[in-house]
Design a protein around this ligand. Structure first.
Ligand code: NAD
Length: 378
């Protein structure tokens, strides 16, 4: 069989595979009435780097409402390796050039873009035009303009859009949101968040190349710290002032190494973040009128840990990626809340741009009072 006719054959096979994925899901049967078959949605991962290989694909073996149906890769050798490992039919394997053909593949419901940041907008928009729901990894894009383009493409093509903010599906993070809502320790006075690691490997990696990453620590880890101060207070900031530090300029030639930023909030909360590709940091801490709460670590995969002034938090540990992708599938299948909508990714990019603007103006306070309230995740 040549490649084309084999693709036709496999497209049929993929539809059969999709049909096999019609599963009775007992928890849903309760909600929808007995004996209702619920389709597991097919996800195609675009970009088979470390996050796809070591986190998302293994998580998709555990998900209840979606499964790994396809792959999109620029590396030909990965096709057969992944096909064998995850039993992916050839009809569901694409490269960057023929990716748009995915439009005719009924086995793929969701395209998950896991590429360097500079490629997020292009592939998210192409996925939306192909009529597929989109999950786009963080940071959502290179800038606010690209975020808007992704959001508009998804709206125009009537598909759902989520950002890969896995923590919104994670139980310790949910508990912080509950504390923020119920205020058992009274009003919050101060919030601080750190997100960083020490980068020493390949100085030519894409994360340190501004054309591919859009920026350094702030784009990569800073979005976690920004997220933390927002869900950790339940408020958007109204202003930011920021500073940049460079201690290893020979290694960080093109992108920011360490950034600190201070936020004001309408309620009077004062906030501070530190993000770095040179300094380890993985913490959220809030001081309140009558106590405090903390996650440490706050943004690693698993396990997170947390404490409050009343005691230790203790929640079961599950794959955050499994929870996140199931939540997005339930958003599509049952209209459950979208825990990390595209607008949230755009809001964070507005803050990222404001931080870079403040740094360029030597720490000048930048107004954020116009930020729309996109919600703090379900
Ligand atoms: P990676 O470097 O391990 O993989 C990148 C993939 O993109 C590779 O398969 C590579 O072949 C492909 N690629 C295509 N064009 C490329 C180019 N010009 N240069 C380099 N690679 C190219 O990266 P990763 O860690 O898998 O990150 C991918 C995306 O996922 C990023 O946006 C990152 O921020 C995000 N991410 C999110 C989390 C999370 O917890 N949500 C964790 C890790 C990564």
């Amino acid at each position: 069989m040549d490649r084309l006719s084999r693709r036709d054959f496999n497209t049929k096979l993929a539809k059969v595979t999709g049909a096999v994925a019609l599963m009775s899901v007992s928890s849903l049967a309760c909600a929808m009435g007995p004996n209702k078959d619920v389709k597991k949605l097919g996800i195609a991962l675009v970009g088979l780097g470390s996050y796809s290989a070591y986190q998302l694909a293994p998580a998709l073996l555990e998900t209840e409402h979606c499964y790994l149906a396809g792959i999109v890769t620029g590396t030909f050798e990965k096709e057969s390796i992944w096909a064998r490992k995850y039993e992916i039919p050839e009809a569901n394997i694409y490269n960057y050039e023929n990716f748009d053909d995915i439009a005719t593949n009924d086995a793929i419901d969701i395209v998950y873009v896991v590429l360097p940041n500079s490629m997020h907008a292009d592939f998210s928009i192409r996925a939306a035009k192909a009529g597929k729901h989109v999950i786009c990894e963080k940071p959502m894009a290179m800038n606010v303009e690209e975020c808007d383009a992704i959001i508009n493409a998804c709206k125009a093509n009537n598909v759902k859009l989520g950002v890969g903010y896995r923590l919104h599906s994670e139980p310790y993070t949910q508990e912080i949101k509950r504390i923020v809502k119920e205020k058992p320790f009274g009003a919050i006075n101060y919030i601080s968040a750190d997100a960083g690691y020490r980068s020493t490997s390949d100085p030519d990696q894409w994360r340190l190349n501004k054309k591919l990453s859009g920026g350094g620590a702030l784009m990569n880890m800073g979005v976690y710290a920004i997220q933390s101060v927002i869900y950790g207070t339940g408020e958007n900031p109204i202003s930011v002032s920021a500073q940049e530090y460079s201690t290893r300029p020979d290694y960080f030639k093109d992108t920011d190494e360490t950034i600190t930023a201070q936020f004001e909030f309408k309620s009077g909360v004062v906030g501070n973040i530190m993000t770095s590709h040179n300094i380890r940091g993985n913490r959220l801490f809030a001081s309140c009128e009558r106590g405090w709460y903390e996650l440490d670590p706050a943004s690693t995969y698993i396990p997170l840990a947390g404490r409050t002034s009343s005691g230790t938090l203790n929640f079961p540990q599950e794959s955050q990626q499994k929870l996140q992708m199931d939540d997005f599938a339930k958003h599509i299948l049952f209209d459950n809340p979208n825990k990390a909508p595209g607008e949230m990714g755009k809001r964070d990019m507005i803050i990222v741009e404001a931080i870079y603007t403040s740094i360029a103006a030597e720490g000048k306070k930048v107004d954020l009072n116009f930020l729309p309230n996109y919600g703090f995740g379900g």
